[in-house]
Design a protein around this ligand. Structure first.
Ligand code: ZN
Length: 300
């Protein structure tokens, strides 16, 4: 896979869902290139020196730095020690903090990504044959199973997958545009329609602002990224209203402590017809929150 569109480690730390799931199945040279891209060549060499050659093996390795403290004296290991360790005195050295932090950061991102796969019922796993035997022998059967697994996705599968993605995205974006109460609940803030069309299963999302967004596909699987793009665009009146409401609230708070937030929602009520559903954000009662929570539980 190409690394040209891959976000840097710093970006992935804040937006871990941006890590393409395909990276989880890279092995050997492709895997080391990925590590080099994200962490630099020395840490990539450290993994290569101990044949940690894929994400699962990396996730299962207790401490990748242990290797440096083994009594191995060769050019590679001496070089790695020199680069990655900090000499305290003649007999003692420790791993430089930044190196540990980089590895920890990567592990956190990879764990989130692999959790996503496990939670999706390992659909991607079957598609790409993520199992240990496939690492050993990239067999010819994988092509056959890829073709099969695509056709077995039902409308319900696609629907559940999309809702799960949106749910993940929504919880990872709790601070979306600094909106305190930004939430995405199907049937509440958007409506998802999945149906069979001329090109197989197709899906569209109707945003609360009434815009209908057709969803695209990646590897023959529906993905919600067009919807996210819409929410981030200036064209989404739902997000615009939330931003406006929040700004007004902040202004009110700054102008006078006594003016209550009811005045701000009133202004918006006058400007828009669909406000009742949009504005509740801050004024949402505990009752309605409970309702949403219980809906969520039922979904699970
Ligand atoms: Zn919208």
């Amino acid at each position: 896979m190409s690394l040209s569109n891959m976000p840097k480690l710093q970006e992935l730390y804040f937006h871990p869902w941006k890590l393409p799931l395909e990276t989880l199945i890279l092995v050997d040279d492709e895997f080391y290139s990925l590590i080099e891209y994200l962490l630099g060549s020395t840490l990539s060499s450290l993994l290569r020196a101990q044949e940690v050659n894929s994400v699962p093996i990396l996730l299962l390795t207790t401490d990748v730095f242990e290797h440096l403290f083994l009594k191995i004296n060769d050019v590679t290991n001496n070089f790695l020690r020199q680069e990655l360790l900090l000499q305290i005195d003649n007999n003692n050295s420790i791993v430089k903090n930044a190196n540990r932090t980089k590895i920890k950061c990567l592990l956190d991102i990879l764990k989130i990504a692999s959790d996503r796969i496990f939670k999706e019922g390992q659909r991607i796993a079957s598609k790409h044959q993520i199992n240990y035997s496939s690492f050993a022998t990239p067999s010819a059967t994988s092509a056959v199973s890829t073709a099969n697994s695509n056709s077995t996705l039902t409308i319900d599968d696609e629907r559940n997958h999309l809702l799960k993605c949106i749910d993940d995205w929504s919880s990872l974006n709790e601070n979306f545009l600094n909106l305190k109460d930004f939430k995405l609940e199907e049937g509440n803030n958007f409506r998802l329609v999945v149906k069979t069309g001329t090109n197989g299963i197709q899906a569209s999302i109707e945003c609360l602002c009434k815009t209908v967004i057709t969803l695209g596909k990646l590897h023959n699987k529906l993905i919600p990224s067009n919807f996210y793009r819409h929410l981030k665009s200036p064209g989404c009146k739902y997000v615009n209203l939330l931003c406006k409401a929040q700004k007004l609230e902040e202004m009110n708070r700054n102008n006078s402590c006594s003016t209550s937030s009811s005045s701000s929602s009133q202004i918006i009520d006058n400007n828009s017809q669909s406000t009742t559903a949009v504005v509740p954000s801050r004024k949402r009662t505990s009752e309605s929150t409970q309702q949403i929570n219980s809906q969520k539980k039922r979904k699970n």
